[in-house]
Structure formats: C-alpha cells, structure tokens
Design a protein around this ligand. Structure first.
Ligand code: OOB
Length: 525
C-alpha cells in the first residue's frame, strides 16, 4: 500500500475521492447499462440485482474481506456478481474464461477463496468440471448448475448486509501476466481504481451517448477499466456484450447496436481489418468512432489500415493490470497515434527509464520502464519476497518492459526484459510452463521462449533436453500432457525443439537469447 504521504497527496489532488466501485451504479437510473443478446438491464435494475445478490451471498456466509474467484464469460450476470461483491466488500479474484483446473485450483487455494463463481458451458467447455479444483470454495454456477449451487437461487431480499467497504480498502485481486512460476495477484483499491476509470473515461471521450462493445474478456484490466465497462458505467453510457470476438459476431453487433467504441488486441484488429477489407458489401460501421488497440505491440502496418478500412480513429493503449496505463489521445496527430503507445493517464504518473545499472537514460534511448503513481500498486498480494525484486525500495514498479520516451512523454515499447511470452495479448510466464513440463518423465530440462509470429506477434517454443535413456518427447504428447494437467490452452507451447544441452550464459544461466536466435536460424534454413 502507498505510504501515508503519497496517499494524502493523491487525496488532496482529488484523485482519490472516497467513493467505492458500487457507487458507480448511483445515477442514470433508467438508462440501459448492459445489453446481453435480447436482454437489457438498466442502471436501477443492475443496482437492485446486485443488492439482492449481495444479500444472498451474505446469507451464504460471504463476508467483507473474503475472496471469491470469479470466472465468467461476457454475460450480464457478471455485473450482478462483481457489484454484489463490491457492495459486500468481498474481493473478486478475476480468473479468465480460458483458465482450467491448474489455474483455478491455485487461485482458490492461494486466496483461501470461500466461493468460486463460474458458468455452465462456454466455448464447448463444461466449467462445472472445475468444481473439484476449487477445493473448499463453494462452486456457484451462472446457468444450469448441475450438482452445484445456482447463482439464480441466491438473489434475496436486500435486508442489510454488513456495512460496505471503505474506499481505501482492496476492492479486488487482478491477475498479473507474470514471469514467475505461480501467477501473482494484484490488489487494487476502490480509490485508486476509480481514479483510473474516471480519468480513462475522459481521455477516451465517453459520454452518456457512448456505446461500448466488450469483445475481450470483461475480467481483463483493459476491458474493465481502460476505460472499459467500468468507464462506461461511470459515464452513464451503454455496454454491449459480445459473446465471441470473431467478425461474424462482432460486425453485425456494431451495426445494430450503434457501437461507438471498442477495444481489441492486435491480432483481432488484424482479423477484423482483413474481414472488412474482403467484404464486397461493406458492413455499416458508421457509428464506430474509436478502435482501441492494446495488450501487445501493434505493428505499424496494421495501425495504418485502421482509419482507411474501418473509418474510425485508432487509439493505442499500453497498460498493465498493476496500474500504469498509457493512451494516445484522440486529438493527437497521426504520427503519434500510429507510431507510439501513448502517454500516461495522470500528470502524477512517475515514469523512469533506466539502463541495466539502474541509471536514467536520456529521452530517445531504450531502457527499462519503472513507474509509480496514484493507481499503480506498491506490491503484489501476499508476495513479500517477490515484491523485493519487482519494486524498487522507493516504490517504483519494475514493469519488465523496454521502452523509449519521445517528446511530450509518449512511450514506444521496444521489447521486454521479463521472461514472459506475449501471445497476441495473452501473457504467459515462461517459468510457470517450465515447471509443469519439468514434471514430465521424459523431460530433463526445459526453457520456454517467445518466437516471432506474423499474426499473434509471438508464439511459444519449448526447448527440451530429454532425460537420458528416455525417448525424446514429441510436441503432441507434451501438449496432451499439459492439457491433462489442467493448464489453460493459451499457455501450451506451439513448438518444441529437443536439444542435447542448453547454451549457457557467462553467469551459468540458460541463454534464452541464444535459444531464440537458434530457432530463428533453423526456421529460415
Ligand atoms: C494489459 O495488461 P496485462 O497486465 O495483461 O499486461 C501488461 C503487459 C505490459 O507490461 C506489456 O508488456 C504488455 O502487456 N503490453 C503492451 C501493450 N499493452 C500491454 N506491449 C506493447 N504495446 C502495448 N500497447 O495488457 C493492458 C492493461 C490495460 C490496458 C491495456 C492493456
């Protein structure tokens, strides 16, 4: 948490206002807040549903400070659930729909969650089968509950749950993309998060007339707060939920719902552009004003096609669940919008760019990005040891990103120093996958690295040294093995190379750089 002097300053500057996330539902009673297929939920209805669900969860024993792992796709009930938890002061732990038993099991046990709220079947996967992984947490299902508790049975008379939380308390735990063996959890407070939400809504030009299409998973930080669904609720505008991100689903929704703004990762922007460019009969995208692209580096060649093909403004977003978010501004010149990843939200976002020795580098030189500010965490949740590495003694977060700063404070992302793969915006911690692979009987040693990919930006390659005497493992066998261990599909390596030994760096570590170079050489040859 922030030292008192910083907290006092952020309050005095009006960044932290003393409100909680539940207060977002206070006004705009009769406007539509959420559209999910044929269903429309007004602000007043959402507030009422969330209050009744809060009462039901309270009856079940969920209390202020308790953790609840939430894994829901883009459905209206998601909002009932998170606002019920915000009302109670219980902490949602935001899992992604792609997570499987390995991740869900870890989130539930690490946070000592009292409940696990999920869906029935999504994208062909029966999420109720994750209940055993949830352990002691009560499994609650939105939809057909099977043998579990139905979310729909929990809406009760809102007869006074406990007092709600205070604004300086942690509101929820968000997931870090991570570079360590086990994912770290990010504690965000009501005060700090609401500041980023309000400021983002303003930067992104949201008004009560905006219509935001939620395409990426609603639980991801980008879709939640940059300006995301919470920014939309702050503005009194309308959220339209897309169940799937493909052009066949999304393009008609944009036309029918008169969507004004949406947010995607670079591969989706690419897919939509190719789809629209290839259509003899152009879809009606006349309502669309802004396409936000973030989560991974956007190639110039894709950036340049957005305006001409979709007829809207591009906004680049470089953010992180730990806090700092950068945006190109809607009135920035094309030069900036096409070729930079934006500048920070707040005049009080402190950005430091340093060399390997920790010394600041001049503008225009690539270095490590460190940051501190009114909505960037000072530490991961219950991870003291890791925090000593991930933060400087004076509280700067080491992002692991390599950037250079241009005139006006605009940042250009040039690479990454952390052992992470950014697979089209989905973050994979190399060590997490390596630890799973090391349990395989034929694997003696392993290193997981990113390989460039024209569509996803990066894919994952596992380099393996086989155990002496064991048959060399194959890619299909390892993929099946990891799937059976309950690892999310996006973390499962795309490629495998079996080596006799690993190249070693001067300090005796596996040289990931040499592995990447070797792979690039063999792929060309
Ligand atoms: C967003 O959040 P996370 O927590 O999934 O991932 C953060 C990391 C950054 O440290 C950076 O490595 C990468 O994702 N990243 C980008 C980028 N946006 C994120 N790298 C290059 N260019 C970009 N535009 O990904 C996130 C959170 C809030 C808003 C937007 C994205």
């Amino acid at each position: 948490m922030w030292p008192d002097s910083f907290a006092a300053r952020y309050r005095a500057l009006g960044y932290w206002t003393g409100q909680t996330l539940f207060d977002l539902l206070g006004s705009h009673a009769d406007s539509v807040a959420v559209v999910d297929g044929d269903r429309e939920v007004t602000y007043a209805q959402l507030r009422d549903r969330a209050s009744r669900l809060a009462a039901g969860l309270h009856n079940l024993g969920v209390r202020r400070g308790d953790r609840v792992v939430v894994q829901l796709p883009n459905v209206a009930e998601y909002f009932d659930v998170i606002f019920a938890l915000f009302r109670l002061g219980a902490l949602p732990v935001f899992a992604l729909p792609a997570h499987r038993s390995a991740e869900i099991g870890y989130f539930c046990s690490h946070t000592e969650a009292v409940a696990f709220i999920t869906t029935d079947v999504h994208e062909g996967f029966d999420h109720r089968t994750l209940a055993p992984a949830a352990g002691k947490a009560t499994t609650i299902v939105a939809g057909d509950p099977g043998a579990h508790l139905a979310l729909s049975s929990l809406y009760a008379d809102p007869a006074g749950p406990d007092d709600g939380p205070e604004s300086h308390e942690v509101a929820f735990l968000q997931l870090s993309g991570g570079s360590t063996g086990l994912p770290k959890l990010i504690p965000r407070t009501h005060d700090d998060y609401l500041y980023s939400v309000r400021a983002s809504a303003e930067i992104c030009g949201l008004t009560a007339d905006s219509v935001y299409l939620a395409v990426l998973p609603v639980a991801h930080n980008f879709t939640m707060s940059s300006p995301g669904v919470l920014g939309v609720l702050h503005a009194g505008a309308r959220i339209v939920l897309a169940r799937r991100p493909d052009p066949a689903t999304v393009l008609p929704l944009i036309a029918v719902e008169r969507v004004t703004i949406t947010a995607v990762v670079p591969p989706l922007a690419h897919l939509w552009l190719d789809a629209v460019a290839g259509m003899p009969q152009k879809p009606d995208l006349s309502s669309l004003q802004v396409l936000q692209v973030g989560g991974a580096k956007l190639a110039d060649t894709i950036a340049e096609r957005v305006g001409p093909i979709l007829g809207c403004r591009l906004q680049q977003v470089f953010g992180m669940a730990e806090g700092l978010v950068n945006y190109t501004r809607l009135d920035d010149p094309d030069e900036i919008v096409l070729h930079t990843q934006g500048r920070p939200i707040s005049p009080d976002d402190e950005v430091l760019i340093v060399d390997d020795a920790g010394e600041p580098v001049p503008d225009g030189t690539v270095g490590h990005l460190l940051t501190r500010g009114p909505y960037t965490i000072r530490g991961y949740w219950r991870a003291e040891e890791h925090n000593r590495e991930a933060f400087t003694p004076d509280g700067f977060y080491r992002t692991g990103d390599l950037v250079r700063r241009q005139a006006g404070g605009y940042l250009v992302v040039e690479g990454r120093a952390k052992d992470q793969i950014n697979r089209g915006g989905e973050k994979i911690a190399a060590e997490e996958v390596e630890n799973h692979l090391l349990t395989h009987p034929a694997v003696h040693d392993v290193a997981v690295v990113a390989v460039p990919d024209p569509y996803l930006g990066e894919r994952t390659c596992a380099f393996v040294v086989a155990r002496a005497g064991a048959p060399a493992p194959t890619l299909p066998a390892l993929r099946t093995y990891l799937r059976e261990r309950g690892l999310a599909a996006y973390k499962i390596p795309d490629k495998l190379r079996v080596l006799d030994a690993f190249p070693i760096t001067g300090v005796g570590k596996v040289s990931r750089r040499e592995l990447r170079a070797a792979l690039a050489a063999t792929e060309k040859g």
